[in-house]
Design a protein around this ligand. Structure first.
Ligand code: ADP
Ligand code: MG
Length: 177
């Protein structure tokens, strides 16, 4: 029996990590074996834990390359991945293989970078997923539904780890103004 792929996407502060943790905890309540991974570059709050902005957290394994998931996922039922946008495109094949091998794979990540451009492997992951959930933040300027991550500094590199000091959620109109 094959598994499937679920993607949880949205801007910063949209609740992707919260939603990922919620699904993984519920799988655990159902006595399913869960493995959770994150890219090792994301050490904002904690080396190992995945931590949401509302401070809920879950233990994860930081990995340098998505291929490592194939050996570490072992006999688990559910695989969770946070900050998937930071992996290279190899993650698409890895996630596909895990799903073919019967696992439920839940992938959370930013769908757009600070310029509003699709982020890394996320578009390809969304294309192969059975289920996609787009979650939204609240625009810090006007209070509308926010789907963009606005960078408050002049830095131009795509990957710049930061929090409310460097980013805020914004709606379409306030992001572009
Ligand atoms: P993500 O993983 O998508 O960055 P998290 O799950 O870590 O999001 O955090 C979601 C939490 O962020 C919310 O429950 C709320 O407490 C907090 N938060 C901070 N700023 C905002 C905002 N502008 N809109 C919505 N939630 C926000
Ligand atoms: Mg998150």
């Amino acid at each position: 029996k094959a598994g499937w792929i679920e993607v949880v996407c949205g801007s910063m502060f949209s609740g992707k990590t919260e939603e990922l943790i919620r699904r993984l905890n519920r799988a655990r309540i159902a006595k399913q074996k869960v493995e959770i991974f994150k890219p090792s570059i994301d050490t904002r709050y904690h080396d190992e834990d995945i931590v949401s902005h509302n401070a809920s957290s879950i233990r994860s394994t930081p990995i340098h390359s998505s291929e490592i998931m194939l050996s570490l996922a072992g006999d688990c039922d559910v695989v969770g991945v946070d900050e998937a946008q930071f992996f290279d495109n190899g993650i698409v094949e890895v996630v596909n293989t895990l799903a073919f091998n019967g696992k439920r794979v839940i992938v959370a990540g930013l769908d757009m970078d600070f310029q509003g451009i699709p982020f890394g492997p996320m578009p390809a992951l969304m294309a192969i997923a059975e289920y996609i959930t787009k979650v939204h933040a609240v625009c810090m300027v006007c209070g509308d539904v926010a789907n963009y991550s606005y960078r408050k500094t002049a830095a131009q590199e795509q990957v710049m780890l930061g929090e409310t000091d460097s980013y805020e959620a914004r709606c379409r109109k306030c992001f572009h103004s």
